[in-house]
Design a binder for this molecule. Structure first.
Ligand SMILES: COc1cc(/C=C/C(=O)SCCNC(=O)CCNC(=O)[C@H](O)C(C)(C)COP(=O)(O)OP(=O)(O)OC[C@H]2O[C@@H](n3cnc4c(N)ncnc43)[C@H](O)[C@@H]2OP(=O)(O)O)ccc1O
Ligand SMILES: O=C(O)CCC(=O)C(=O)O
Ligand SMILES: [Fe+2]
Length: 367
């Protein structure tokens, strides 16, 4: 058979069995990209209003999120840093930090590790998929929640829930385990510092055991891989969502593609990569605990027509078994609670069982 006819007929077969190819057989969108597709499979075409080519809502001249130098928080400028962090969490829900104390080689090592993991053959990666993984704490997947999505997203991921070092040694893929653990461990000091500052801003003076668990009782690290896409203007890397975490610490590479929504104008603006920095964002759990004072803001990621992109969010969360709700300190002036108390794992399951739908998720926590 003519080789061109053979390629086109195998692409047709794949088009008809896209979920089987990307999800069940574990090729992911990376596998699709490597087939040399010239056009985007229709399953990935997003509705017009979700695409990045509809510039009605984009603002190329928008000021970006604050860049905060954390080294200044050890001297007289301590209160200025605290003010900048609290202001950013209230106004933008996002900021970037430099001089954060996480060694730059740790950031480089984890980026290399992602490329190694996603460079494995599909038969190896699929062993960590929802269908085959021996544990719920390790999950290799693609898009967000393919079974519930009308249009798929152009992203593959490995999601690792940290339970203990022993669990990670037994179950996390050895090709990236130590680098992911090292990134989590070395970000702990800065996470504690930021949460301390943010609690102070809420008049929460003491972080007791219960609060410590609600703020940082569990951690999940995701390794995200966004391969080159044949029609980036028709799809998304990640659709509009806010994180369900307390805080997220995000490492992105130098490609760019992260967009955040201005909560006043509702326009989207990009977060340009700053070498050696980490992006910090407030998640829904902190929005709920602060009774809406700190904002968990909608963000999304574009697909890229010429470069592969990676990112590594560390989601710092309440423990699954924690009941979360507005802190009493925040309500003591007589403020009315805008969120109810609820089991955190119920909230997360609600998030994971539907397609991305922007800020609608948090309605689940309304009375
Ligand atoms: C992937 O693309 C993403 C991800 C994100 C993530 C943003 C975040 O903020 S992640 C932080 C989430 N918080 C935690 O993980 C807290 C601690 N963990 C837990 O509480 C539990 O692990 C659990 C999440 C409640 C799951 O508990 P479990 O008893 O194991 O329940 P399951 O039945 O396994 O899962 C329920 C439901 O969720 C789906 N799911 C589970 N884990 C993931 C995951 N890592 N990624 C995607 N989906 C997941 C699972 O398939 C189940 O759905 P069913 O339909 O099968 O019932 C932001 C943006 C992105 O694009
Ligand atoms: O890739 C990025 O820059 C952000 C990814 C993201 O928002 C997420 O994984 O929750
Ligand atoms: Fe996110």
């Amino acid at each position: 058979m003519d080789p061109l006819i053979s390629i086109s007929s195998s692409l047709n077969t794949i088009n008809n069995n896209i979920l089987d190819f990307v999800v069940s057989r574990g090729h992911g969108v990376k596998g699709l990209a490597e087939l040399g597709l010239k056009t985007l499979p229709y399953q990935y075409i997003q509705p017009q209003q979700e695409r990045f080519d509809s510039c009605i809502n984009a603002d190329a001249h928008h000021e970006s999120i604050p860049l905060i130098d954390m080294s200044k928080s050890d001297d007289d400028d301590d209160s200025k840093v605290a003010e900048a962090v609290c202001n950013a969490a209230q106004k933008w829900g996002f900021f970037q930090i430099v001089n954060h104390g996480v060694p730059l080689h740790v950031l480089e090592d984890v980026k290399d590790a992602i490329h190694r993991f996603f460079g494995l053959p599909a038969e190896e990666k699929v062993k960590y998929s929802k269908q085959q993984s021996v544990t719920n704490n390790v999950r290799y997947g693609t898009s967000f929640t393919p079974a519930a999505e009308n249009a798929l997203e152009w992203k593959d991921y490995l999601s690792l829930l940290y339970v203990s070092d022993d669990d990670a040694s037994s179950f996390w893929p050895s090709i990236c385990r130590n680098q992911a653990l090292e990134f989590m461990r070395s970000s702990e000091i800065i996470v504690k510092k930021l949460l301390g500052i943010l609690m102070n801003g809420l008049n929460v003076k003491e972080i007791d055991e219960t609060k410590e668990s609600m703020l940082m009782g569990s951690k999940r690290i995701n390794l995200n891989y966004y391969p080159v896409c044949p029609n980036p203007e028709l799809t998304v890397g990640v659709g509009r969502h806010s994180d369900v975490s307390t805080l997220t610490v995000l490492l992105q590479d130098d490609i760019g593609g992260l967009y955040v929504r201005d909560t006043e104008t509702m326009k989207w603006f990009s977060v340009a990569p700053v070498s050696g920095s980490l992006v910090i964002n407030v998640g829904d759990a902190l929005q709920i605990m602060s009774n809406g004072k700190y904002k968990s803001v909608e963000h999304r990621v574009s697909a890229n027509g010429s470069h592969n992109r990676i990112s590594v969010p560390i989601f710092v969360n309440p423990k699954a078994s924690d009941i979360i709700g507005p802190f009493k300190e925040v309500l003591q002036s007589g403020e009315k609670p805008i969120y109810k108390h609820l089991l955190y794992s119920d909230y997360v399951k609600h998030f994971f069982r539907k397609a991305h739908d922007g800020k609608a998720t948090i309605d689940f926590a309304k009375p």
